[in-house]
Design a protein around this ligand. Structure first.
Ligand code: NAG
Ligand code: NAG
Ligand code: NAG
Ligand code: NAG
Ligand code: NAG
Ligand code: NAG
Ligand code: NAG
Ligand code: NAG
Ligand code: NAG
Ligand code: NAG
Length: 407
């Protein structure tokens, strides 16, 4: 599920919100379900080609600054070049863009339909079982939704569909009449293409001018050690959350600890901003004399005055500190026109998801490599080689305990 602040924020409540006054009224809802051992019904087809066991497999991802996409091949040899890479949802569907799905030699039409809703839009249509190729990873029999009805996704541009890489339990009910169905990663495992249901995500970072510094990469079945520094800090999956989710233990700004910041947070490549824990967000806003936008695509986002010296924000997760320096949390001015931001306030990538909802979105994951480990129910983080080397430097007076180059 692509969860965006603007779509869920109790906007009417915003002006009356003050730090330390939590509201339990939030339009931001994530379905919470008790986790049971998912009874996966793997698709039962005869294997038509022998799997190659040279896992893991890599695929290139493109960071388009306001969304992360990858190309997939399915149907009648069709390539869908701009599939949203979404660890926040768990169903795969195509046909939102110019390219239209047509069944090919590997396609099986099922009698099922699908219907998926996100904070930002919805899609429904027919379900096929088809071969899906992403980079060097091939699944012979994957559920693929071919959308016949796609609502406007206000925050996405030129996208072909959504590649859901979330926990499979998150797609419960996406196909009415079925409960949980295998994700692309589940299928890779059940078809013997990978040995571990692990995904490593490396997003290319942007410099302060909005220029991409490197190509991104997703790894299926393992991690790419060349893309991050040091060891991964593993955070346990929050088992009552159907999405990838961990606990943020505390948040500090510079050397100041922001009170009451412990919060569960989803880890979502499909959420653009960093949705800070409720109290941390409003505490930070107050500390910086910030302005919280109350309308349009940036509703719930924080802008800060032009005349203050900014410090880095640090999230403490799994006993490790994850620093977000100002260059990483300030929106590049080159994007102001896209969002109609005029200044003089400086727009940040920080937003509020409402009470009880936080998200480590794309702008956090550009700095930190993330690993989604279904078999062990945990998520790992480590500074990326590129993002950390470029954005987090000790010359800026930042303390960082996780950046080797700073010690
Ligand atoms: C922390 O949260 C509790 C409960 O929500 C609240 O009573 C308290 O006032 C908060 N403290 C601060 C400093 O905001
Ligand atoms: C799927 O959702 C249904 C209805 O909410 C629920 O009864 C069932 O336990 C869920 N299945 C799993 C595997 O969570
Ligand atoms: C689809 O439904 C029809 C009629 O109920 C049935 O004959 C057919 O076998 C079903 N096809 C599949 C692939 O389940
Ligand atoms: C398409 O989806 C929209 C939004 O969910 C809905 O209002 C509309 O009725 C749907 N149209 C069709 C043909 O299903
Ligand atoms: C942005 O571009 C200017 C002019 O090309 C350059 O001097 C500056 O170093 C760049 N900033 C970053 C953060 O790369
Ligand atoms: C916030 O505003 C107050 C009062 O206008 C001022 O005293 C304080 O210095 C400002 N804080 C920052 C960080 O600019
Ligand atoms: C920044 O400007 C505002 C409004 O002019 C002023 O209230 C505030 O004190 C200034 N802060 C600093 C640190 O100069
Ligand atoms: C994280 O930062 C805090 C506050 O600066 C510090 O006390 C703590 O030792 C750091 N933790 C690690 C693991 O470096
Ligand atoms: C920006 O402003 C233009 C003209 O007022 C409007 O058409 C457009 O929708 C706005 N874009 C955003 C992202 O708000
Ligand atoms: C809020 O966002 C809108 C649309 O993106 C922008 O035009 C406006 O300047 C922002 N308002 C504030 C107070 O930042």
């Amino acid at each position: 599920m692509r969860l965006l602040a603007g779509s869920f924020l109790p906007i009417a409540l915003l002006p009356s919100l003050s730090f330390g006054t939590p509201t339990t009224t939030s339009l931001f809802t994530i379905p919470l379900q008790r986790q049971t051992q998912p009874a996966l019904l793997y698709l039962n087809f005869a294997e038509d080609d022998s799997p190659d066991m040279s896992d893991p497999h890599n695929a290139a991802v493109a960071n388009q600054q306001v969304q992360v996409v990858t190309a997939i091949e399915t149907g009648d040899g069709q390539t869908f070049p701009n599939m949203l890479v979404d660890t926040g949802s768990a169903f795969l569907w195509v046909d939102a863009g110019q390219t239209k799905y047509s069944p090919g030699p590997h396609s099986h039409r099922t009698n099922y339909t699908f219907d998926v809703g996100y904070g930002d839009g919805s899609a429904s249509g027919d379900v096929y079982v088809d071969q899906v190729v992403i980079g060097s990873a091939t699944v012979a029999h994957q559920y693929v939704g071919a959308a016949t009805n796609v609502s406007t996704f206000s925050s996405l541009v030129n996208f072909d569909g959504i590649l859901g890489l979330g926990r499979n339990i998150g797609n419960n009910g996406s196909i009415p009449g079925k409960q949980v169905t295998p994700t692309f990663v589940d299928s890779l495992r059940s078809e013997g293409r990978i040995q571990a249901r692990t995904i490593g995500v490396y997003l290319a970072a942007y410099d302060g001018n909005g220029t991409e510094t490197d190509a991104g990469e997703i790894t299926f079945g393992g991690v790419d050690r060349g893309k991050f520094l040091g060891d991964l800090a593993w955070a346990p999956q929050k088992m009552d959350n159907p999405h990838w989710a961990i606990q943020i233990d505390s948040v500090s700004y510079g050397t100041m600890s922001l009170p009451n910041s412990t919060s569960e947070a989803i880890v979502d490549t499909g959420t653009l901003p960093i949705l800070l824990p409720f109290h941390a967000f409003f505490g930070l806003s107050q500390l910086l004399n910030g302005t919280i936008n109350n309308s349009g695509p940036l509703a719930g986002w924080l802008a800060v005055p032009p005349n203050i010296t900014l410090e880095s924000l640090t999230l403490s997760i799994a006993s490790a500190n994850f620093t977000i320096p100002p260059e990483a949390y300030l929106m590049p001015e080159s994007l102001y026109a896209h969002y109609n931001v005029t200044g003089p306030q400086r727009q940040t990538w920080f937003a509020s998801g409402g009470f009880g909802n936080a998200a480590l979105g794309q702008k956090f994951l550009e700095l930190y490599y993330s690993v989604y480990d279904s078999d062990n129910e945990r998520i790992g983080f480590a500074p990326t080689t590129e993002g950390a080397g470029m954005k987090v430097s000790c010359g800026m007076g930042m303390e960082s305990n996780v950046i080797p180059s700073c010690t």
